[in-house]
Design a protein around this ligand. Sequence first.
Ligand code: VGL
Ligand code: ZN
Length: 203
Amino acid sequence: MHAQNVALILVDLQVDFMPMGMLPVAEGDQVVPIANALMPAYHTVVATQDWHPANHGSFAANHPWRKPGQVIDLHGLPQVLWPIHCVQETWGAEFVAELDTDRITRVFQKGTDPEIDSYSGFFDNGHRKSTGMAEWLRARGIEEVHVLGLAADFCVKFTVLDALKEGFRTTLIREATRGVELEAGDVERAVAEMREAGAEILV
Ligand code: VGL
Ligand code: ZN
């Protein structure tokens, strides 16, 4: 059992990020049994859930003549365009059926504002609005977080970087994350960035 001041953060273990989903992460399903095995060792388990309205600005389908993978300016921020994914109240936005959701203490949803994307579980991509996760963790006495989930090169990376900025001791559970890899090597670069920012990388 970990000390009470340590929380586990499960990032976006949702149907659409599984290999058969709309925004597939290769081997993303392999992370789920590891999450299930680790959860009982933590007093506090938080899960983030990508939770977009259908008109979300990160969806290529909402922009004329745009395709997934292209980058646009979305209200002043560069935005990678994605396939339609994790739409609120749809199957793709559900946590994977195999995940032991009973062990999750609290869920934080993100990406609900159509005008801005939110990779981190703590803030939107412009760092304008907080999800309340840092305050909630601090109120429970949490000082250290362990992070796993999808995708390593997007939501996991930005969640880890924000956890560090918020003052939490932060560990990435490397074996329990996989990436989108828009370009080969993105995951390795993301891991290096997290390490340089002060995260411990648990292999
Ligand atoms: C994610 C792209 C778009 C992620 C979410 O969970 O890493 N990536 N939305
Ligand atoms: Zn998303």
